[in-house]
Design a protein around this ligand. Structure first.
Ligand code: GLU
Length: 428
């Protein structure tokens, strides 16, 4: 499993954050109130309870979710997370962000999110497999390659996706089984996965930063950055940034906060964390400090790549970075955002900054549909093209309307959705 990140419950919920972002954008840009009413609610909210046999013979009951927010632009799309605090409102918020994200990236998808309320560290690999398969079975035909396509998210990975694909395909007749491979994306390369899907999200975070600096006539070389979360996104974003000469001076996970002004060796840190259930604690190439000092570290770029609502009124004023690149979904709450924008910090919003993942998913889905296999170079080029277009569009709207990047990204995403509704109308 990817790293489990835990933190104390935030003051506001992710749901409050996303609804507030939606209302603010609609109001400030004068968008139709009907659209707000449609988009403020989710189409379907599925809650499943299912029993699973544990290694010691006991039966445990689990709670799983799948929220399908909107599908005007195409099948529902979005990840599955395994986390002990996951509840329906989180899944709703995360599903809404997926709707904006896929729209902004120009993908033919809607938005969904789900997962299981579980601390995966407490279960053996065999138990996790049975839990995942039983959850898939419980969802039944509520997911499907042309209906709703899950993918990895916090604490799920390509192995989780392989189990889901296998379970889902096993419920179909042998004749048509292979037509269902793309019921999930983010699968291992050996069974229909896309070369490069593993690094796609982190690559997108890096590209957004590169494009931002380029637009200012600057380079990434010499820039200092800090990362919250050393899971898939945190690691790959750091990997690409360092390759361009930037320096990782601070990193935090649920277990430790590490600093090194000379730069943290990211590949060594990965080697250290892998055998320790992905914990960065005890790494010798950096010094450990108190976790509350993380956000105030001196740096140019802050990359929150863990959970939602981490940047709040409680810490936003202490943030030194001028650029916040949102690798996580919903890491900045309303008050935190106000404080950052008031001092002209640039926030590259999640729905743009971390969209490399779902863009990679789209290419995997296409590859499966067409029975093709693409090379990693081809894939990275395709991802780069889509991210660059989205970034340039957002920057253009932000300049033209003199608004922040999040509002600009929402404007673009919502306008596309609104256009689709205008064409199609409301049935009947
Ligand atoms: N979980 C990722 C996200 O939040 C990827 C979703 C997908 O690929 O469908 O964007």
């Amino acid at each position: 499993m990817n790293k489990l990140i835990t933190s104390s419950p935030p003051a506001t919920s992710m749901y409050d954050t996303v609804v507030n972002q939606l209302s603010q954008t609609m109001e400030s840009l004068g968008m139709a109130p009907d659209m707000r009413r449609i988009l403020a609610v989710t189409n379907n909210e599925i809650i499943v309870h299912f029993p699973v046999k544990m290694d010691d013979g006991r039966i445990e009951i689990f709670k799983g979710y799948r929220v399908q927010h909107n599908n005007i632009l195409g099948p529902y799309k979005g990840g599955l997370r395994y986390h002990p605090t996951l509840e329906i409102n989180d899944a709703k918020a995360l599903a809404m962000w997926m709707t904006w994200k896929t729209s902004l990236a120009g993908l033919p998808y809607g938005g969904a999110k789900g997962g299981i309320q579980i601390d995966p560290r407490k279960y053996s690999i065999g138990e996790l497999e049975r839990i995942t398969r039983r959850y898939t079975f419980a969802l039944g035909d509520n997911i499907g390659p042309d209906l709703d396509i899950p993918a990895p998210d916090v604490n799920t990975n390509e192995q989780t996706m392989a189990w889901i694909a296998d379970t889902y395909m096993s419920t179909k007749s042998p004749l048509e089984r292979s037509n269902f491979k793309h019921v999930v994306t983010g699968k291992p390369v050996g069974c229909g996965g896309l070369a490069g899907r593993d690094r796609a999200t982190g690559f997108g975070v890096y590209l957004c930063l590169k494009l931002l600096f380029k637009s200012w006539g600057e380079e990434l070389a010499g820039k200092r950055f800090i990362v919250q979360g050393f899971g898939n996104v945190g690691y790959w974003a750091s990997h690409f940034l360092i390759r361009d000469g930037a320096r990782l001076v601070g990193v935090q996970d649920a277990h430790a906060t590490l600093v090194n002004e000379q730069g943290i060796e990211v590949e060594d840190l990965l080697e250290h964390s892998k055998p320790r259930l992905n914990s960065i604690k005890g790494f010798e190439g950096a010094q450990e400090i108190d976790s509350e000092n993380f956000f105030s570290l001196d740096c140019d770029i802050l990359i929150p790549a863990a959970l939602g609502n981490q940047i709040t009124a409680a810490n936003a004023s202490s943030i030194k970075a001028n650029i916040i690149a949102e690798g996580a979904n919903g890491p900045t709450d309303k008050e935190g955002e106000k404080l950052l924008l008031a001092r002209n910090a640039v926030i590259i919003p999640d729905i743009l900054c971390n969209s490399g993942g779902v863009i990679g998913s789209y290419f995997e889905w296409l590859q499966n549909r067409n029975g093709e296999i693409w090379s990693i170079d081809e894939v990275m080029q395709k991802i780069e093209k889509k991210i660059s277009t989205a970034f340039t569009d957002v920057q253009g709207v932000a300049k033209e309307k003199n608004i922040d990047y999040r509002t600009a990204a929402y404007f673009l995403a919502l306008t596309r959705i609104e256009t689709a509704y205008k064409h199609r109308g409301i049935f009947p």
